[in-house]
Design a protein around this ligand. Structure first.
Ligand SMILES: *Cc1c(COP(=O)(O)O)cnc(C)c1O
Length: 395
């Protein structure tokens, strides 16, 4: 790999001791074909121009950076938001699925498969499949299909087939296994549209590159607002870690910006996990002493993955990024506070990043007068009913 932080990991797909391609022999050719296709597409100006154009005209890019006037006044810290909640489908996930959909079409594939937990990546993939006129099958743990009925219906509306997975714990990690299995059998026609910066090489690198548009836009947007300076801190929530990787990539070489990723306290693979292998990658994973993967738990379904992308494990080890966690109670408070002070209802996932800012301003970890850019990864409409049930004592 190169010395450059957040650069091309090279053919090994390694980020220090993390990453790689830990898959059965039968999956290696599919991964290699994908890596080669992505490498060629990513250096092809025509591909990049077409992707940019779709992200603009269909995806709603560029998203703005907004000044939080009232919250900043209350906290004594200048808070800026990168508004990924304003992108089509209401989150950053659209950047990745449009990138992979366009790549799949370039590879001559007419079918997308995906895994989904809460259903958001399934909905995003179904959206891209509809846009490109492709078939779409989404694997979803049977337990999750009941918990997220509305998203199952959304995917069906968009023309996708949802296949419940009844193996293992019948949740996200079983859905990933099933999607990988199906990919081997159908690789001639099918692209596996993986949802975050995880899995076997080239996914962690490729998905980060499709999400780096967030950071590439945000850096000049911030400089315009901060008299040419970078923010003191760039903060994002992390489940698999794709929205964090996307915004970090734009600031990786900044000597002025500290990078902070906030995991759910019940899914904190960086602070409570250990190195291990899962879903084709070596990374930081929540596991017991026998190496058995633990179930993550959070009010925010999008953050309850027991691992994190391998590049994050590496950035943490290097000390380039810091990994912290936020608990459900402070997240619920941050959710309401952003709504009241700024008129923005954030996704519960994104509220983790806000919760850290509020806490760090309180302890002085973010000194008075410092500037912080928060990646507001998504909007909270999807979470309103759940938050109502919690706050009004229903659940
Ligand atoms: C899916 C999702 C996340 C978590 O995924 P990452 O890969 O960690 O970005 C965060 N925020 C929102 C709004 C999401 O939909």
């Amino acid at each position: 790999m190169t010395d450059e932080i957040m650069g091309d990991p090279g053919p090994s797909g390694r980020f220090g001791q993390y990453g790689g391609r830990f898959v059965p022999e039968s999956l290696v050719p599919a991964c290699m074909e994908l890596e080669e296709a992505f490498r060629a597409a990513w250096t092809d100006k025509a591909f990049r121009a077409e992707l940019d154009e779709i992200l603009q005209r269909y995806g709603g890019r560029p998203t703005p950076v907004a000044e939080c006037v009232r919250l900043s006044e209350e906290l004594g810290v200048r808070v800026l938001l990168k508004r990924e909640d304003l992108a089509h489908t209401g989150s950053h996930k659209i950047n990745n699925v449009i990138g992979q959909g366009l790549l799949a079409r370039r590879m001559g594939k007419h079918r997308l498969i995906a895994e989904t937990g809460a259903g958001q990546h399934g909905v995003a993939t179904a959206t891209a499949a509809a846009l490109f006129g492709m078939e779409c099958v989404v694997y979803m743990g049977e337990v999750d299909t009941h918990r997220q009925e509305l998203n199952v219906f959304r995917m069906e509306l968009l023309g996708a087939e949802v296949r419940p997975v009844s193996s293992g714990s019948r949740t996200l990690k079983d859905a990933v296994n099933e999607a990988l299995r199906e990919w081997v059998a159908t690789v001639d026609t099918t692209h596996y549209c993986l949802g975050s910066v995880m899995g076997p090489h080239p996914y962690p690198w490729m998905v980060r590159e499709f999400q780096r548009v967030i950071g590439d836009e945000a850096r000049p947007q911030c400089r315009e607002m901060l008299d040419g300076a970078d923010p003191d801190v760039v903060v994002a929530c992390a489940g698999g870690g794709s929205n964090a990787a996307g915004i970090f990539a734009g600031f990786a070489d900044s000597t002025d910006s500290a990078l902070v990723a906030v995991e759910a306290a019940g899914g904190a693979s960086m602070t409570t996990g250990m190195p291990g292998v899962l879903h084709g990658m070596r990374s930081a994973l929540m596991q017991n002493e026998e190496g058995q993967i633990l179930e993550a738990e959070s009010i925010s379904a999008g953050l309850d993955y027991p691992g994190i992308g391998p590049e994050h494990a590496y950035l943490g080890e290097l000390g380039r990024a810091r990994y912290v966690s936020a608990g459900d109670t402070e997240v619920l408070e941050a959710f309401q506070r952003l709504a009241r002070t700024e008129g923005i209802i954030p996704a519960l996932e994104s509220a983790h990043a806000i919760a850290w800012v509020i806490a760090a301003a309180g302890t002085g970890e973010l000194p008075v007068g410092s500037t912080v850019l928060v990646n507001l990864s998504g909007r909270g409409d999807k979470d309103v009913a759940q938050v109502r049930d919690i706050l009004k004592g229903g659940a």
